[in-house]
Design a protein around this ligand. Structure first.
Ligand code: EPZ
Length: 422
């Protein structure tokens, strides 16, 4: 398994291009199952999760090909689509559950493996199930698979989710586009990736209103056509790289970044003393050398502070002046980066869903281990500011969500290299 070697190297300067959003692309791709016409996605990120979704869709009978070095995905499911999403693929990536809604809409039945837990939590499917049952689906669990059927196809329905689940919102909206009648989803998630999905579905002929609010209304149609759609900028990759000049000092322009994608996160960074300016090309983040101020963070569904940036923000707080409290309210086990940061000299006390971080003058390089996608990059950020060398092992986690990470960090002056290990 490869590792990444990071050597603290002072302030960073230059530009970093931000890719298309992994979490938008992972819900846009299954939308091809809703139509027998071609769906073309541009600005697609080159990530292992995208390759996993490609394999899953191909296993269901869809055609998926990549062009422009992987930045363009050509999808089509004009042929026979089969309903069985196998455990061997689904267990690799929870987002595989996003084929459930489209399969039900296209075929009237689906057999989708439960994803199983993952490092950051149990991640059940109850909210997806009750949401799709509100559209007339009958879903039962057998041998680790969800067996979903409908009598005579999906019918429009009104449903209020107990929690604003991102994936359940996406499954409900995709299924409802072809249901008979009108559907209303209340307490819907509001993430920009959901807004991007709706923009694409609308190009395919769907009739949807309210995306980005907590109430989405969908008028079912008989069929959907094809579309060409550019994947929205990845706000989590954006926020991750914004933290690099914050933790090392310097000035970096994040190309393609827009403040509107990350306003709560930007407010917190400015509260910590980091300067953020929006230009035509993106976001410029600057911090004179020296420590930022400690700030308190509570993760919330969008538009609150994103849980997917909690680990990265913790790395910054490890070197801040003062004590910060980071409360994780979305997942039950998303502090696995804390013991690894402690190995670098960080002072972190985890109690239940809250981590108290007392900043230190300087972290010390160490051998650390990535435990999940976002934790892996928080360790790299810590290594950028640490004295000496940090080796982050198990970087396959990183490849799931960050394309060309060495090149992007090195491009602004960071000393980062990938160590190939067989
Ligand atoms: C999406 O996951 C993202 N993944 C996650 O990003 C992100 O952390 C999460 O939303 C929250 O923002 C993709 O978009 C592919 P949820 P999702 O359903 O849809 C519980 C990353 O790093 N829950 O909003 O799975 C669940 O256990 C990944 O890119 C139920 O209890 O998130 C969790 O505690 C990590 N029952 C909370 O809700 C359900 O049926 C949020 O889950 C569904 C969810």
């Amino acid at each position: 398994m490869d590792s990444i070697l990071v050597t603290g190297n002072g302030p960073l300067n230059g530009q970093i291009p931000i890719a298309g959003a992994k979490n938008a692309c992972l819900t846009l791709m299954p939308a091809t199952l809703l139509s027998d016409e071609p769906l073309t996605l541009t600005n697609a990120p080159r990530l292992s999760d995208i390759r996993t979704m490609t394999m899953l869709l191909q296993s269901l009978g869809a055609e998926v090909s990549t062009m422009a070095e992987g930045q363009v995905l050509a999808l089509s499911s004009h042929g026979t689509v089969t309903p069985h999403a196998d455990y061997d693929i689904v267990r690799k990536m929870r987002a595989s559950n996003l084929v459930l809604g489209p399969l039900l809409a296209r075929l009237g039945h689906a057999v989708v493996s439960l994803p199983g837990g993952c490092a950051i939590g149990a991640r059940p499917m109850d909210i997806h199930i009750t949401a799709l049952e509100a559209l007339g689906a009958e879903i039962e669990l057998k041998d680790g698979y969800l067996h979903a059927t409908t009598q005579g196809g999906l019918k429009g329905g009104v449903h209020e989710m107990r929690f604003a689940s991102v994936g359940a919102t996406e499954n409900f909206v995709m299924a409802a586009t072809l249901a008979k009648g009108t559907s209303v989803l209340k307490n819907a998630a509001r993430e920009p990736e959901i807004v991007d999905l709706v923009h694409c579905l609308r190009k395919m002929g769907a009739q949807i209103e309210g995306e980005g609010t907590s109430e989405i209304t969908i008028q079912g149609v008989d069929r959907l056509g094809g579309a060409t759609h550019a994947v929205v900028t990845d706000r989590i990759e954006l926020g991750t790289y914004m933290l690099a000049p914050a933790i090392c000092g310097g000035k970096v322009e994040l190309l393609g970044g827009r403040r509107a994608l990350l306003s709560a996160f930007c407010d917190k960074l400015e509260e910590a003393g980091v300067e953020i300016a929006e230009t035509d090309a993106g976001l410029v983040v600057a911090h004179k050398t020296g420590r930022v101020r400690a700030v308190d963070v509570v993760t919330e569904p969008y538009p609150g502070f994103p849980t997917d940036l909690q680990a990265q923000m913790m790395a910054l707080m490890c070197t801040a002046e003062g004590t910060a409290s980071l409360e994780e309210t979305i997942f039950e086990n998303r502090f696995m980066h804390a013991p690894e940061l402690t190995r670098m000299g960080a002072q972190i006390e985890v109690q239940g869903g809250t981590a108290k971080v007392t900043g230190v003058e300087r972290l010390k390089g160490a051998r650390v281990m990535a435990t999940d996608l976002r934790a892996s990059v928080s360790l790299i950020l810590a290594g950028l500011a640490a004295e000496g060398e940090t080796t982050v092992s198990r970087v396959y986690h990183l490849d799931r969500g960050y394309e060309q990470v060495v090149r992007k960090f090195a491009g602004v002056g960071a000393k980062v290299e990938r160590i190939k290990e067989d």
